[in-house]
Design a protein around this ligand. Sequence first.
Ligand code: GTP
Length: 211
Amino acid sequence: MVVEVKGRSEVMEGNQQRVDANILLLGAHNVGKSALTVRFLTRRFIGEYGDIESVYSRVDRIDGQEICFNIWDSQDGQTLSSLSDKQLQWADGMILVYSICDRGSFDVVQQQLQQIRRHRKPSSVPIIIVGNKRDLRRHRSVSSEEGRLLAMSQRCGFFEVSAAETYHGVLLVFHGLVELVKESRALRKATAGVRGIVRSVSAVFSKKRND
Ligand SMILES: Nc1nc2c(ncn2[C@@H]2O[C@H](COP(=O)(O)OP(=O)(O)OP(=O)(O)O)[C@@H](O)[C@H]2O)c(=O)[nH]1
């Protein structure tokens, strides 16, 4: 299976900076990762999704800025061991999906979170946890509070949505994540700037000491 992986970039087009955001969808089998991806890309819910793993792109204009979403819809509820370094490093932001009717899928999200945190700091990769299949709430086995508490304890965003019922909720998830990606990049740039200043000042003082 070939997965085309693009690098991350911020491209200047005219005076406007285009932002690329690499978004990785994770979660257990059958929770609706493909349904969320297809809903976001096409506004449609088609019911059956096969087993294609790929990176899809969509360009949106948000507040006048062009954003290119590169979305990697992972396959088959990847287990902890099969979550590759390549996927973890590629992502600028992640969406961890569970089904509100499937407690096991909520456990998978918690395990995947632990694994991600071993590789990437919260400041380097924003995460949104999504409880999907909200339309099936009569079969609910994970309460909204549990989802929200997990998200708060792990410094993640949280949404409950139904890929089957609405486009708007799904749009909020992807757009919300891209805002967090932009904030995290700005923070890292600022931190790198401060580190540079500290390094320069230290260099000046150590030179003076050596003179
Ligand atoms: N009722 C309901 N069904 C959904 C919803 N989202 C997805 N489904 C159904 O759940 C099943 C699994 O959806 P997929 O999108 O293929 O799930 P996935 O997580 O990509 O599954 P894998 O690729 O096998 O890991 C399909 O039958 C979808 O039609 C939803 O919001 N509500």
